[in-house]
Design a protein around this ligand. Structure first.
Ligand code: ATP
Length: 226
């Protein structure tokens, strides 16, 4: 069997101080295989952002094991964590976080340049990704000139720009109206399916969760099948 794209083993995380600890993750274990799209369903405040940030190397756990693509991430230097994050992980947030002063295409090109991709290649990839989500004519527009759904589709392209092994999404359609959310989610699923990468997608929307391969619930600081 191939290595899991993501493996968490007994991850714990507590915020606050000794007098008033907030135990958010109490031993989270999960594995996601390449090509799998997994929903993470959790009530507000259950710790889903904390879990995604740890999985994506944006935060560190207090204890537990973390592997990305079969490689142990515990004990890596900050510099190495940054390199792995840039090369292997794509992030999508509830709000797009596109850079406002750059066009949609530039937002997809820049992370590639930061990763050492040649400009012409980065431009071609941005164009291809934008076309896949129906934004082939909007690459020159800045985020402010795009609708909410278009901004989010551009953000999907940016997350996939460096061909990550793992996609982590935190309520990717959470700020869109139901109809737009539905269309934008379909674009995301088709993009992800086209690449065969592994995805962990947090959502409150049970209908969207039902369209993924598998569902996990984060409850009481632990992850269980939903
Ligand atoms: N830096 C922090 N210091 C103290 N407590 C924190 C910190 N960050 C998060 N928390 C607490 O940890 C818990 C989990 O937060 P987290 O943001 O991971 O939840 P969530 O499931 O993503 O919630 P939501 O769906 O509302 O965004 C919450 O009770 C939150 O108040």
């Amino acid at each position: 069997m191939s290595d899991a794209a993501l493996r968490l083993d007994g991850i714990t995380k507590t915020y606050g101080d000794v007098a008033r600890p907030v135990e958010v993750l109490r031993g989270v274990s999960l594995a996601i295989q390449p090509g799998e799209i997994v929903a993470l369903v959790a009530p507000s405040g259950a710790g889903k952002s904390t879990l995604l940030h740890i999985a994506g190397l944006l935060d560190t756990a207090d204890a537990g094991g973390l592997e990305i693509g079969g490689r142990d991430m515990t004990g890596l230097s900050d510099r190495k964590r940054t390199v792995v994050r840039r090369q292997e992980v794509g992030f999508i947030y509830q709000f797009h976080h596109l850079l406002p002063e750059f066009s949609a295409a530039e937002n997809i090109i820049l992370p590639q340049l930061a990763n050492g991709v040649a400009r012409a290649e980065a431009e071609a990839r941005a164009e291809a990704l934008l076309a896949e989500v129906g934004l082939q004519d909007r690459g020159d527009h800045r985020p402010a000139a795009l609708s909410g759904g278009e901004q989010q589709r551009a953000a999907f392209c940016r997350a996939l720009a460096n061909e990550p092994r793992l996609l982590l999404a935190d309520e990717p359609t959470g700020n869109l109206d139901p109809e737009t959310s539905d269309r934008v989610f379909a674009a995301l699923m088709s993009l992800v399916r086209g690449t065969g990468l592994a995805a962990l997608i947090a959502t409150h929307n049970l209908e969207l969760a039902s369209r993924m391969d598998r569902r996990l619930r984060l409850e009481g600081g632990q992850v269980v099948p939903a």
